[in-house]
Design a protein. Structure first.
Length: 502
């Protein structure tokens, strides 16, 4: 790296912005884990002050002038040029949103979140409409400020998946809907329901956590650089590669929420722990996009955690923790984990129907921001699309349009990153299999290190040096594609329900 006082000053300013963000993230993690119930409004004030200071720093004329100069500096090496490019992208976006709008968004989203919680509990969508309408209106204003005259939905998508557009997603979801609906139909026609007995029963939460911890340790999650705590909505927060928090929840009658929730969050956690230390607190030291982040969680949760090699090793261990599981064979266990059935709630959906839940949300969001749908019409649109895509209609709003937290927080354009994550996960896992010919053998021996090391080298340690699409292509040799994912779900349906279903 070439040293220059201007470049050093830019990095020093950027580190301050990152440190402020890390402080907010610690407070956000604490709010979801240990904060007493009445602490919410006090915490919102603290977070809003920190956000204001960070906004001021990110839009300061000193930083702007430094970046102007550096963008014309031919002496920068490739990494430095990438840092400047990424800083300009983020700073431009922040500068286009007037501070009053940013503050108003922060305030209204915190209020809308509380309104949503109560509306969902009361199963009363009408009670949520005014707050939701206000959020949609503010997000429209934000999109217009970021990309005047452009497609508002693209401006929103860009926050979570830089460079992604509605025009790229539309054909992707259209094709996925066709292929996945055919699989769901095939499963229904096969008429051979799979028994869930292997994963259900009376299972103490304490022991579930102990077993899950064993798995997370085998994945390579570093407990000296991270910890596990309980929450109501599981998530992962990384403040620094040496300080990563994952969270969990579970139920006493089913193994899946705790174990797969923790494998999922630990997959996110490994990404955070594997970020490049040499670029720490620089604009390219962080995860590249939410889609790539989600690929890491879904890869461990679904492609490793629900696979036969994995249970060849871990089923005997599970039976040590829960002797009542000793009578089940690996085949029936894995079949239970691959059961396909349309359901109302996205977070509980199987691998085949999951992306149809995302397709419903994508369709609703684009209609909302095109102005073809207003918020009061959401339940009808939601139920109609659920019937069309999954063949079922939720009996209540709480199990339907009110189930997700995202829209109350103004996170429009976030859902598609879940589907991108599923697609990237399969593509990366196939590439890891080509690079590591004995991948299945090592997983079956309980040795998950070769896979983690491959992911760290090819994904985690790259930070945001490359775009998401370029990163996937460098790691897999192919541009992003839905084919590996479709191969995976077809295979799992065939293995579970017979060749005719796939
Ligand atoms: Zn996730």
């Amino acid at each position: 790296m070439t040293a220059s006082p201007t470049f050093d000053r830019f990095l020093a300013l950027w580190a301050e912005i990152r440190n402020l963000a890390a402080a907010s993230e610690v407070l956000g993690w604490e709010q979801e884990t240990y904060m007493p119930a009445k602490g919410g409004s006090g915490r919102a004030q603290v977070l809003s002050t920190l956000a204001g200071i960070a906004h001021d720093k990110q839009t300061s004329s000193e930083l702007r002038d430094l970046l102007d100069g550096l963008s014309r500096d031919d002496a920068l090496d490739g990494d430095q040029a990438a840092m400047v490019r990424e800083a300009i992208r983020l700073t431009d976006r922040a500068a286009r949103v007037p501070k009053e709008l940013a503050t108003e968004l922060a305030k209204c989203s915190s209020q809308a979140l509380e309104t949503w919680r109560k509306a969902r509990e009361a199963n009363d969508f009408a009670a949520f409409v005014p707050a939701l309408s206000r959020m949609v209106d503010l997000k429209r204003q934000e999109a217009a400020a970021i990309a005047p005259g452009g497609n508002p939905y693209d401006a929103l998508l860009d926050e979570f998946e830089p460079g992604m557009t509605e025009a790229q997603l539309e054909p992707l979801f259209r094709d996925l809907r066709t292929d996945l609906s055919a699989l769901v139909k095939g499963v229904a026609e096969a008429g051979s329901p799979v028994s869930l007995a292997p994963v259900q029963g009376e299972l103490s939460l304490e022991k579930q956590l102990a077993f899950s911890r064993l798995v997370v340790e085998a994945m390579g999650f570093d407990f000296e650089a991270g910890r596990i705590d309980k929450t109501t909505h599981p998530f992962c927060s990384g403040f620094h590669p040496d300080d990563v928090r994952i969270t969990w929840r579970g139920t006493e009658d089913d193994l899946r929420p705790a174990l797969f929730g923790l494998m999922h969050e630990a997959g996110h956690g490994l990404y955070e722990q594997g970020l490049p230390r040499q670029w720490e607190r620089t604009p390219i030291g962080e995860a590249v996009s939410l889609g790539v982040h989600e690929s890491q969680s879904r890869l461990w949760e679904n492609l490793v955690g629900r696979s036969t090699p994995f249970w060849n090793h871990f089923l005997p261990k599970l039976a040590e923790t829960f002797p009542c599981r000793a009578g089940f064979g690996v085949e029936e266990f894995v079949a239970a984990l691959h059961a396909v059935e349309p359901s109302f709630v996205r977070v509980e959906a199987d691998e085949v129907t999951y992306n149809l839940h995302i397709a419903v949300r994508f369709e609703i969001e684009r209609r909302l921001f095109r102005g073809d749908l207003n918020t009061a019409e959401l339940p009808e649109a939601w139920n109609g699309m659920m019937e069309e895509m999954l063949g079922i209609v939720p009996p209540t709003a709480a199990e339907g349009v009110l189930q997700d937290i995202h829209w109350s927080m103004g996170a429009f354009g976030y859902f598609p990153t879940y589907t991108l994550g599923n697609l990237f996960a399969s593509q990366l896992f196939e590439a890891a299999g080509r690079a590591l010919p004995d991948l299945e053998g090592s997983i079956a021996a309980g040795d998950l290190a070769p896979l983690r090391v491959w992911l760290t080298e090819n994904v985690h340690s790259q930070g945001s040096r490359y775009s998401a699409a370029a990163l996937i292509e460098r790691a897999t040799g192919e541009p992003p594609s839905a084919e590996p994912f479709l191969r995976h779900v077809r295979r799992l349906v065939e293995e579970t329900y017979g060749a005719a279903a796939g």
